[in-house]
Structures are given as structure tokens and as C-alpha cells.
Design a protein. Structure first.
Length: 155
């Protein structure tokens, strides 16, 4: 019984001396992944593409990303795309449609896009777009002068 305890402690001592990968490597990998993902947000992305670009395995990438970014690469991409879509909606032109913005940021299922957008920002994409577009004003000519305001029907 004593030999088992000694053998176990020796194995533990040897195992504890095995060098672990340095934290900066994981941190650097996560930052490289973040940068690559941001550069390619408007493209259809796969984890396989990301791993190939960074010359790493999926398991290593996920572990580094989760430890240093606090989420998975897939969740990061979704959140970043939703933020970019929001920026597009907040700075929309008069002919901008929610559908076009969703497609620009690779959201192919509009219902899920609206759901996830609402969950993140507390309002629907169409509401964001409506409140940022200028409202048309109606002008009424009264007595030869232009009077801006609402048109009221005469009774």
C-alpha cells in the first residue's frame, strides 16, 4: 500500500513539471482570431476557415477564445455582425431596408435576425430604422404663403 502512495506521488510530481503552454500564446491566438474575424465579418465564415488562417486546431482556438474573450468565436461573430447592422440602421439612407442590412451582414433568416437584434438592443431592427429616418413634413399653402404643419381635413 505504501508503494502505491509513493508511486502515485512520483507520477504526480513528474506530471506537475510538464510545461504548460504559456498564457500569452493563448492570448495572442485569441487576439489574432478576433482581428481575422473582424476583417471578414461580411463574408460567410466557418471555424475551419479561421483555424486554417491561424494554423491552429479548433479545440485550441475555442479554448483560447473562451479564456481570453469570454465567449465562443461563433457568438463573437454574431454579436459583432449585430452591432454592425445596428450601425448601418442608425446611419441609414432614405432607401435603406432592414432586409438589405441583414443580408449585408450575412443574416439569412430574417426572423432570427430580428429576434437576436431585439434581445441585444431592446428594440426591433425596423424600430431602429424608423426612428433614425427623417420624418417627412407636410406643407400647406394658405393664403399664398407656405405653412409647414399637419394637413387637417375641413369638416
Amino acid at each position: 500500500m505504501g508503494a502505491l502512495a509513493v508511486g502515485t506521488s512520483v507520477r504526480f510530481a513528474v506530471a506537475s513539471r510538464v510545461p504548460r503552454p504559456a498564457a500569452p500564446r493563448g492570448h495572442a491566438l485569441a487576439r489574432q482570431a478576433e482581428a481575422w474575424l473582424r476583417e471578414n465579418l461580411a463574408e460567410p465564415l466557418t471555424i475551419r476557415d479561421l483555424c486554417a488562417a491561424l494554423h491552429t486546431s479548433e479545440r485550441t482556438l475555442h479554448a483560447a477564445f473562451r479564456e481570453h474573450v469570454g465567449t465562443t468565436p461563433k457568438a463573437f461573430v454574431k454579436a459583432e455582425r449585430l452591432r454592425r447592422a445596428r450601425q448601418d440602421l442608425l446611419h441609414a439612407g432614405p432607401n435603406t431596408r432592414v432586409t438589405d442590412v441583414a443580408l449585408r451582414w450575412c443574416f439569412l433568416h430574417f426572423g432570427w435576425f430580428a429576434h437576436d437584434y431585439h434581445a441585444l438592443f431592446g428594440e426591433t431592427p425596423s424600430r431602429t430604422l424608423r426612428r433614425t429616418l427623417p420624418r417627412p413634413t407636410l406643407a400647406v399653402v394658405r393664403g399664398g404663403r407656405l405653412d409647414a404643419g399637419l394637413v387637417r381635413e375641413s369638416a
